[in-house]
Ligand binder design. Sequence first.
Ligand code: TXA
Ligand code: MG
Length: 336
Amino acid sequence: MFHLFDDTDMNAGRLRVNIDRWNPDPRIIARAARVLRGGGLAAFPTETVYGLGANGLSPDAVNKIFRAKGRPTDNPLILHLAAPEQAELLAGVDGRAADTMKAFWPGPLTLVLPARAHVPKEVTAGLSTVALRMPDHPVALALIEAARCPIAAPSANRSGRPSPTDAEAVEADLGDRIDILLDAGSVDVGLESTVIDLTGRKILLLRPGGTPAERLEEFFGEPLETPGDDAKRRSPGTRYRHYAPALPVYVWTPGEGEKMPRSIDPSTSGFMGMTPPSENFARTILFDSEKSYARGMFAGFRHFEAEGLLHIVVEWPRSQGIGLALQDRIRRASAC
Ligand code: TXA
Ligand code: MG
């Protein structure tokens, strides 16, 4: 454990640096900003998950993100901003988009808008749109400000792996491929931002996430459209198997007569959910709310891996609030 003002924090070359979430040391922020300005990779906390950041206006820097993650290059990136006003430099912002930013930023909501011509195609994957978000995390905001550029950042995991909700997970997946990792402890939300497409008349929900769909529908006064195949092509990330731990994930729906999947042996498996299972699992993680389930699920996947278990059983959550995002991640982790 470092102390905040201990000079060991400032050692050049030390990958992982502790930083106080509520009072980020400007010297540490400056060091990470230098990495970004120099075209390097800086991993940093946001309120949703840890991000793997690069200068979002530099094609070379952005390409490093794809190489480090092993990410398919047709999957576009989100540009992270420190203020809503910065959006206009990168995208066409109409009244509806401006109102949405005002209501939901900073926060776990990503807006897909018409891209300005100078946004690198490495960021947009060649689409005519760009995804923007202002994270609700003092370290992320300080870093973006100090870097003086939008930060392109996917979740800081190897492609296909569960997203990282703490610095340990980032280090485990990418420790040898990044230049600096700002460690501000565990994140709040635990699942990625909600992504909506505001380029058409109808509002498309491209990815459920930290901002509940109900809140958005209430704000817009209309239902969000769930993408058909055409819109899915527009958010290519939704095509891949994702968020998956090394162990097979099975889904259990609680309720009378709902048996555990027959092919698994509880004595060598881990269970995660909100309802205590009747079987004796080798490890059981119980959450008291959907919110804490969302915060802890990805870390739980990694924990079960480390414990050397053979299978994971997760409870199917309700579709309300953050539950919709949980369902989406579970569906793709289990390929069910
Ligand atoms: O919470 C989050 O959003 C985290 C933190 C680090 O901010 N970031 C994140 O990034 O989850 P990533 O790259 O793992 O997911 C970005 C999602 C992908 O599904 C991608 O396809 C979609 O946003 N996306 C990005 N640009 C897009 C665009 N122009 N049109 C449609 N979808 C886009
Ligand atoms: Mg991701």
